[in-house]
Design a binder for this molecule. Sequence first.
Ligand code: NAP
Length: 310
Amino acid sequence: MSTPMFQRVALIGLGLIASSISHVMRREGLAGHIAGHARSSETRKTAADIGLVDSIHETPEEAVRGADLVILCVPVGAFGPLAAQISAHLAEGAILTDVGSVKGHIIEQVTPHVPDGVHFIPGHPVAGTEQSGPESGFAELFDGRWCILTPLKGADQAAVAKLEAFWKACGSSVDIMTAEHHDLVLAVVSHLPHLIAYNIVGTAADLEEVTKSEVIKYSAAGFRDFTRIAASDPVMWRDVFLTNKEAVLEMLGRFNEDLTALQRAIRRGEGDALFDWFTRTREIRRSIIDAGQDEAVPDFGRRGDPTGSS
Ligand code: NAP
């Protein structure tokens, strides 16, 4: 058997992303031993019952001891206290990384606690679902998806290359960029769409003229596609909006301007403007399919009425 890339990997937080990493590490034989820690005893018990990792630890300090790769997989708002807690227990030469959806805030919170000789390389696998918890992970989550690394100035290049090789072995392609650029890009492709979905689902739920049962009954007309995103973890998304405030507000400003333009086109009966706009957006969907980031099956592959439109 070939030597695993890392002797001991510590996963801190055992939700969707950590459990998917554990499954893919086993699939690819990337870790000699996988140690895990989650905050609550319920999650630790579930993880133990399903054999998610090789050892479960009551504290993050115990889990990281002796690990040559530590991956922090907790909500973005939890990084500061966690980094302070594990700091003195990290092994010399270890790579410390994370999977958080916002990079600037995490770097601010974690960097002061990184001891000399430990390589902190922030990361973000751009892959996920609306599920959470230790039972929601699957080994294929990262296949064909992108993982973004945002190393700090002066980062150890050998450590960056090793983490890049790790994510590639997990099935991902890897991009490297600054944390600031990451936070702006993700505000457009992830954070704003989630905010819009949370908003539209909330609006429909609050309507008085149309009953809730009608909203649910006729949801295949479009509404239900927003509900998948709006079912995402409330803690994770609360933290994302609180910690990527500036970029999200900037993108929200642009979104509002464009929405006003569409509103005006509808009011003035400017059919050509609407047609051009919708033609452009349809092309974006085609580009996503061409780039292998989604499949061309109608209605996202659901069975039944393939049009899903009205
Ligand atoms: P999740 O399924 O909700 O799991 C979160 C885990 O973190 C749980 O094991 C939880 O433990 C633990 N945790 C929560 N608060 C904690 C605290 N204060 N201290 C220690 N542990 C704590 O979340 P996830 O979807 O895997 O997300 C984890 C990270 O990945 C987040 O930073 C998120 O931004 C990022 N991410 C998510 C996605 C996605 O689509 N979900 C995609 C890419 C990146 P308990 O269960 O015991 O509370």
